[in-house]
Design a protein around this ligand. Structure first.
Ligand code: UT7
Length: 320
């Protein structure tokens, strides 16, 4: 028994901010951002929260799958920007949906969060513990950006993507996930200052710090190797895969993976131009856009692959 995606949904904040908008408040340009990353516009949350975006995406996924909230056995949200330390974003989503049978919790695997949630769903379902679940990738990264650091803040956007999953004979055909905590320092966000009066507070560490070139090197080596391993394990040729839905961090990373796999550029959809990097939300948002456009047909083989802070990575091969 494996896990199949029955339906998808996504939600983006109303406010859009173009590269030109950013160039009015910091030393950057549309030309630099577009040529280095492929990003044109991002959605940034003003009124929206990680939970409100998650709920919106979840409602669409439930509607798309024809499953009711009461049927959900579990809700897992992959996020590093939950609105509260506790309760979790997943518990807030559960309450909003009235999914009172569901066990709900968040997982922190940064940009790989949706893949880790999918694999956790598989483990529950394959073990026979649960039958139906909701998995979400959601972020309001704009809240943890250093808006004086042009090398990071122009790269990210906010949003949420969701999928309803259920036990089935086909669906997830193979996967792998991994972590390299030794390299965690290259992409980090320490978070809260220590409030203990006995401890002297260090400098403000609330914001994201990234060594972009190190993350880039990690991505262009780890992602194709991870995909190749999953394809080998499942005896699938890259040519037999209909779509490679990769984490949307940088179009140059996507092109590099595509060249290594020699699978054809047209199989690598990109939505960086209007979403930027939404971390855990990027794979499910793109998957939902493709679903809404009718690009996914029953039986299609689809690779999902995410990578990011931790460092973490995860790849899945699905039959749609
Ligand atoms: O999902 C999380 C995973 N994160 C990633 O995947 C990010 C991976 N890394 C990258 O995508 C790229 O490394 C970046 C897009 C972050 C940076 O591209 P790069 O080609 O590695 O540029 P760089 O860091 O080498 O910077 C080149 C120049 C520097 O100026 P100098 O030293 O050459 O004069 C930067 O100061 O570009 C400058 N720069 C900018 N210029 C205009 C950095 N940020 C900006 C900016 N606008 N926003």
């Amino acid at each position: 028994m494996t896990v199949r995606i029955l339906g998808t949904g996504s939600a983006l904040p109303q406010t859009t901010v173009t590269n030109d908008d950013l160039s009015k408040i910091m030393d950057t340009s549309d030309e630099w951002i577009r040529t280095r990353t492929g990003i044109g516009t991002r959605h940034l949350a003003k009124e929206e929260t990680t939970a409100s975006l998650s709920v919106e995406a979840a409602c669409r996924a439930l509607e798309n799958s024809g499953v009711s909230a009461q049927e959900l056995d579990f809700i897992i949200v992959g996020t590093v920007t939950g609105d509260n330390i506790t309760p979790s974003c997943a518990c807030t989503v559960q309450a909003a949906l009235g999914a009172d049978r569901a066990a709900a919790f968040d997982i922190n695997a940064a940009c790989s969060g949706f893949l880790f949630a999918l694999h956790t769903a598989y483990a529950y379902i394959h073990a026979g513990i649960y039958r139906t679940g909701l998995i979400i990738g959601a972020e309001v990264l704009s809240r943890i950006m250093d808006w004086t650091d042009r090398s990071t803040c122009v790269l990210f956007g906010d949003g949420a993507g969701a999928a309803v999953v259920r036990a089935d004979e086909t669906g997830l055909l193979g996967f792998e996930q991994g972590s390299d905590g030794e390299k965690g320092v290259v992409l980090s966000c320490p978070g809260r200052p220590n409030n203990n009066p006995l401890v002297s507070n260090p400098t403000d560490l609330r914001f994201v710090h990234m060594d972009g070139q190190e993350v880039y090197k990690f991505a262009v080596t780890t992602v194709p190797a991870s995909i190749a391993r999953v394809l080998e394990k499942t005896k699938t040729a890259p040519q037999d895969v209909r779509w490679f839905v990769l984490h949307q961090a940088n179009v140059r990373i996507i092109h590099s993976v595509e060249k290594r796999l020699k699978a054809g550029e047209e199989k690598f959809p990109v939505n960086l131009d209007h979403c930027a990097n939404t971390s855990a939300a990027s794979v499910p948002i793109l998957l939902d856009e493709m679903n809404q456009k009718g690009m996914l047909s029953r039986g299609d083989k689809i690779v999902l692959s995410g990578f990011g802070a931790g460092l973490t990575w995860g790849t899945a091969l699905l039959e749609w």
